[in-house]
Design a protein. Structure first.
Length: 265
């Protein structure tokens, strides 16, 4: 009665089932790796945000990349803003997904080096040309101390944002200290500062919110789901085999009953 398992249909079905089981197991393992990676990133962000503020010069320098474990670290800097060389970063959104600009203002330190400060988000002026420089609220004048989260340079590879050429004057696509060092002809510290202080007053750019935790629990749930699917494949195969065997037995019994009936006279 089990010879039907050698038919082409059942051989193909069995091979597909045998291939699905390891594939689903591997997908579950991959989701667990993703869970570990996201949990580790969340911990790094949490540790960075809770760390004691330090002077920015302790964590970065001209031509130096911001290390992964120093991303989001709270740093301070003393100096003054240089609005003459201020630029805006195109196609940036706020918490409500409104499209506008990020305001990037050079902050000249007391030793002459420059720190790029992302002062926050401003809306795009719908009535103005996209090629015109938007109205940007001025930062405080004179010497002051700014506080913010240290961020690495933006790249196309990491962000997916293309660094378009031929943009309007004083508009850029990516915040990159190397590019800005060439534009400013100055020593620019690696990375940039997402400003959090002084607290905004009046008509100032909307400061960027704190980074949220990535939902690592979803990857854990997906891993369990894939493993349950893998366990369900052989169970489903057995159910199908038993159903096919039952149907064949019922057909065989019906055929036997028909053959046993006496011929009509």
């Amino acid at each position: 009665m089990y010879r039907f398992l050698l038919s082409r249909q059942w051989v193909i079905l069995t091979l597909v089932a045998l291939l699905l089981i390891p594939a689903m197991i591997r997908l579950g393992i991959w989701q667990m790796h993703r869970y570990d990676e996201r949990a580790a990133r969340n911990q790094l962000v949490s540790d960075a945000l809770s760390a004691k503020p330090v002077p920015v010069e302790k964590l970065t320098a001209p031509g130096q990349a911001v290390a992964t474990n120093e991303r989001y670290r709270t740093v301070t800097a003393k100096g003054h803003f240089d609005t003459d060389d201020e630029v805006v970063v195109r196609r940036r959104t706020n918490a409500d997904d409104e499209v506008g600009y990020h305001v990037l203002t050079p902050f000249v330190l007391n030793d002459g080096k420059v720190l790029l400060v992302n002062r926050g988000w401003i809306p795009a002026d719908q009535g103005a040309s996209q090629s015109a420089f938007p109205k940007v609220p001025a930062p405080p004048r004179g010497e002051l101390t700014v506080t913010g989260r240290l961020m690495p340079d933006e790249t196309t590879e990491a962000s997916g944002i293309k660094n378009l050429q031929g943009l309007p004057d004083r508009q850029i696509m990516l915040i990159n200290s190397e590019h800005e060092a060439r534009r400013l002809d100055a020593q620019v510290l690696g990375g940039y500062l997402a400003q959090t202080g002084p607290a905004p007053k009046g008509d100032t750019p909307q400061q960027l919110g704190e980074p949220g935790d990535e939902n690592a629990a979803l990857n854990y749930a997906y891993a369990i789901q894939w493993w349950l699917f893998a366990a369900g494949v052989p169970i489903g195969w057995v159910v199908l085999v038993r159903r096919e065997l039952r149907d064949r037995r019922e057909r065989a019994a019906e055929e036997s009953a028909t053959e046993a009936q006496p011929a009509a006279v």
